[in-house]
Write a protein that binds this ligand. Structure first.
Ligand code: ATP
Ligand code: ATP
Ligand code: MG
Ligand code: MG
Ligand code: MG
Ligand code: MG
Length: 257
């Protein structure tokens, strides 16, 4: 099979090798999810089942690809940070993006019924993926902070928008009412008109979701003295603040060199 006269076509392939010794950040985003979420009657602004399905797919990614050290998800997107020294697919961007996006899409379809037992999957879900190399911990953290700030801004806007729409305004009236408003104004609208304290909304909506490994104390068996506990490395899904320093101080091993 080797060395046929057609082999030369291989030389047209372009390498897409990512820079060594940098954190590879992969971001996956649902394709046409505005439409997909309408078609599947997602609750607005936040369908918790859909968020939990995304989290389950991210957890499956963690279990399948051991070089992932951290991931952060909001709406129809998920970012995955690979460790700095990863040699996953020889750091070939097209391999990494295509394999992970297809894995994530397949996981989404397979797990759909677990989270939407009463809704049929009516179309084929697909996700795009891109890879970016970041050369320092500071920049990786700034990247993650950028996504979490985006989550906050979008969620606050969408919460106001959908409360106005659900209270009888048209979409364009709601849009007009929110035009030019600042964070404080939106909090006021929610509180004055709807009695909602934004800070008390579920963390999964306000902060997005983080997936990472952590040591967790687990009961492994019981003996005559009572439960026997061990520290186990487990994949955790949490809704932490990843903008401030605390999380990164408490989990300094995640982004270590
Ligand atoms: P593209 O293919 O360019 O990514 P898109 O339609 O997926 O287009 P996005 O900017 O990615 O656009 O936005 C995703 C949209 O999916 C959101 O605006 C929202 O309408 C919807 N969506 C995603 N997740 C949820 C959720 N958990 N609950 C409700 N709506 C959601
Ligand atoms: P990689 O992840 O590098 O692509 P691979 O295991 O998928 O590794 P390939 O070179 O792509 O390796 O080969 C695919 C293999 O899958 C074949 O060698 C064969 O063993 C198996 N395979 C694929 N399609 C079929 C099929 N229709 N019937 C039987 N075996 C198949
Ligand atoms: Mg997009
Ligand atoms: Mg999308
Ligand atoms: Mg999106
Ligand atoms: Mg193959």
């Amino acid at each position: 099979m080797a060395n046929s006269k057609y082999e030369y076509v291989k030389s047209f392939e372009v390498e897409t090798k990512l820079m060594p010794s940098t954190w590879i950040v992969l971001r996956i985003d649902g394709r046409h999810f505005h439409q997909f979420s309408d078609e599947h009657e997602f609750e607005k602004p936040n369908d918790e089942r859909a968020l939990r399905l995304m989290n389950a797919c991210a957890k499956a990614m963690f279990e399948e690809f051991p070089d992932i050290v951290f991931s952060y998800g909001v709406s129809d997107e998920y970012s995955f940070v690979f460790k700095k020294a990863t040699e996953f697919y020889n750091r070939r961007s097209s391999k990494i993006a295509s394999i992970t996006a297809s894995f994530f899409s397949a996981a989404y379809a397979i797990k759909w019924k677990e989270f939407f037992p009463d809704n049929d999957l009516k179309s084929i879900p697909s996700f795009d993926a891109r890879t970016v190399c970041y050369p320092s911990i500071k920049i990786v953290r700034d990247y993650l902070a950028w996504r979490q700030v985006d989550c906050h801004i979008n969620n606050q806007y969408n919460t106001c928008f959908w409360m106005l729409v659900k209270s009888g305004k048209t979409k364009s009236q709601a849009q007009a009412e929110l035009k030019g408003t600042q964070t404080q104004d939106k909090n006021e609208i929610l509180f004055q008109q709807f009695g909602i304290n934004y800070a008390e909304l579920p963390e999964i909506f306000r902060k997005g979701s983080c997936v990472f490994k952590d040591k967790v104390e687990e009961i492994v068996k019981y003996n005559e003295k009572g439960p026997v506990k061990r520290l186990r490395n487990k994949v955790i899904i949490d809704h932490c603040d990843i903008i401030g320093d605390k999380f990164w101080k408490d989990h300094a091993n995640i982004l270590e060199d």
